[in-house]
Design a protein around this ligand. Structure first.
Ligand SMILES: CC(C)(COP(=O)(O)OP(=O)(O)OC[C@H]1O[C@@H](n2cnc3c(N)ncnc32)[C@H](O)[C@@H]1OP(=O)(O)O)[C@@H](O)C(=O)NCCC(=O)NCCS
Length: 167
């Protein structure tokens, strides 16, 4: 039985562990190990995620299969009126490619609809073909190209994707 629940600070060690597993499993074909380590340290450690949750600007959710944590997501309002950005979507490698991410997306979209947001956005590496194909399937469209300097000589070479919130 699948369930989605908000992530608490107590969940963060296991979220960090799952995040590390997925980053090293999925992203080594997309970016260098140095960039993986740099980006992970900035956004996926216990301390980094705790700070985000405590800021109340980012909400984290977890996907459970019975009691096992098999995925997580993060989202929050941006400075653009009516927009919720989906910051994180991660499914355990043993459970990828079965459409499970749609559970996280639907939960986020429901939250967005209840609070009268108009659209969801997300940014995805241009070479992350599985993610792009998945998001297109669930109603996102490519809005524009984004090349973001993230420091230390690294860039994020992404597409911004956007989806209207259904009511
Ligand atoms: C990207 C991710 C969130 C998508 O979730 P998911 O539940 O696996 O997605 P779906 O099952 O809906 O889509 C899978 C897509 O992957 C591709 N795919 C399917 N089987 C695959 C395989 N064995 N190997 C690689 N890609 C495959 C297909 O393009 C498929 O899309 P299609 O159904 O339109 O053909 C998830 O795979 C994941 O966590 N990946 C690693 C982390 C990541 O990239 N996060 C997103 C950052 S923006």
């Amino acid at each position: 039985m699948l369930e989605i629940k908000p992530v608490t600070i107590e969940d963060l060690p296991i979220i960090e562990k799952l995040g590390k597993l997925i980053w090293n499993h999925n992203f080594i074909s997309l970016i260098s190990q140095e960039q993986i380590d740099y980006m992970f340290a900035r956004g996926y450690t216990y301390e980094a995620m705790k700070k985000e949750i405590e800021s109340n600007k980012v909400s984290y959710i977890k996907l459970l299969d019975i009691k096992e944590l098999i995925g997580f997501g993060a989202y929050g309002a941006t400075n653009n009126t009516g927009e919720i950005q989906v910051y994180k979507l991660y499914i355990h490698p043993d459970h990828q490619y079965k459409g499970l991410v749609n559970n996280l997306l639907q939960y986020i979209e429901n939250q967005a609809a209840q609070s009268h947001y108009k659209y969801l956005t997300l940014s995805v590496n241009k070479n992350n073909k599985a993610a792009i194909s998945s998001y297109l399937k669930y109603g996102f469209a490519i809005e524009k190209s984004l090349v973001i300097d993230i420091g230390n000589g690294f860039v994020m070479d992404d597409y911004l994707m956007k989806k209207p919130v259904s009511r």
